[in-house]
Design a protein around this ligand. Structure first.
Ligand SMILES: [Zn+2]
Length: 293
């Protein structure tokens, strides 16, 4: 939390600087309370975020919420002893179902991730909601909305007064979206981005990458629609899976030069392929194991 970027008079963001396994972290302030959005990978990072939150809160109540259960967004939460952790029920279910396996998976990434995850345990959730939850921070109202697509329990955080939207990994600046496992769904993702565009946000704080405007939502939605059409065409032509993946991944890289997360594109193609086959009444093989994003 070295440098905080101001995106509205009462909203600060610690930028990820496109460092792997680091999310953008937000702090929204009202007169009575502050809300921290996402908390970093593991207890040590969580402690640093908590120290910054304590300084900024200066006696006000501290709430914490996470955009989805993935470790770099939520596993620092146990370092927030005096905060109230708020999440939707689907996110809590997914954290309980997959948290321990993800903890092991991330510890194997390397020494830095391993040390970040020392003493890390899923935090206790104080408030669990379904669909939509409003928090009044004192003068500033914040809406939490459950919008599953990248995971089972994604949520966005919207501040209507300044039209700032925290999207988590539903929109990342110059990163391909990641259809991570069987709980990710590309067509639902396209619908969700349409709902978010309808909110008419002015500022987008993405899960990763630079803070930007709502063009990002259009760009990511257009990319997913393009890929779905490419996959549908390939399935219609009965292209072998390997050829389909190779051709569409190469086309995506050409069409979106400079976008990162290219290593996950094959998962995206396979996920759309499984949807297309399911629509045609055939069963595809799964998009593979979790790919950790
Ligand atoms: Zn994620």
């Amino acid at each position: 939390m070295t440098s905080l970027h101001q995106v509205a008079p009462n909203i600060l963001v610690a930028l990820d600087r496109r460092v792997p396994l680091v999310p953008n972290i937000g702090i929204i302030s009202g007169t009575k309370a502050i809300l921290v959005v996402d908390v970093g990978l593991g207890r040590e990072n969580g402690k640093r975020v908590y120290q910054a939150a304590l300084r900024i809160a200066n006696g006000r109540r501290i709430y914490l919420t996470t955009t989805h259960f993935h470790p770099e967004h939520s596993f620092g939460a146990s370092a927030f002893p005096r905060a109230s952790l708020i999440m939707n029920a689907a996110q809590l279910d997914e954290l309980q179902a997959k948290g321990p396996a993800y903890l092991e998976l991330f510890r194997k990434i390397g020494p830095a991730a391993q040390s970040a995850l020392v003493d890390t345990v899923p935090a206790e959730t104080a408030v669990v909601y379904r669909h939509r939850h409003i928090i009044d921070l004192g003068g500033t109202v914040v809406e939490l909305r459950e919008v599953p697509a990248h995971t089972r329990g994604d949520q966005v955080i919207f501040v209507p007064e300044s039209r700032v939207l925290f999207t988590g990994d539903l929109a990342e600046t110059r990163f391909f979206p990641v259809l991570v496992d069987k709980d990710s769904n590309g067509s639902r993702w396209i619908d969700v981005l349409g709902q978010l565009i309808a909110l008419r946000p002015a500022v987008i704080v993405p899960g990763h990458g630079e803070v930007t405007d709502r063009q990002l939502l259009d760009d990511v939605r257009e990319m997913l629609i393009w890929m779905r059409a490419e996959v549908d065409r390939a399935v219609e032509k009965c292209l072998p899976t390997e050829t389909m993946v190779a051709e569409i991944v190469a086309a995506a890289r050409r069409r979106y030069p400079g976008w990162d997360n290219g290593q996950y594109l094959s998962y995206d193609v396979l996920s759309f392929r499984n949807d297309a086959l399911a629509k045609n009444g055939e069963s595809g093989s799964g998009p593979g194991s979790d790919n950790r994003k």
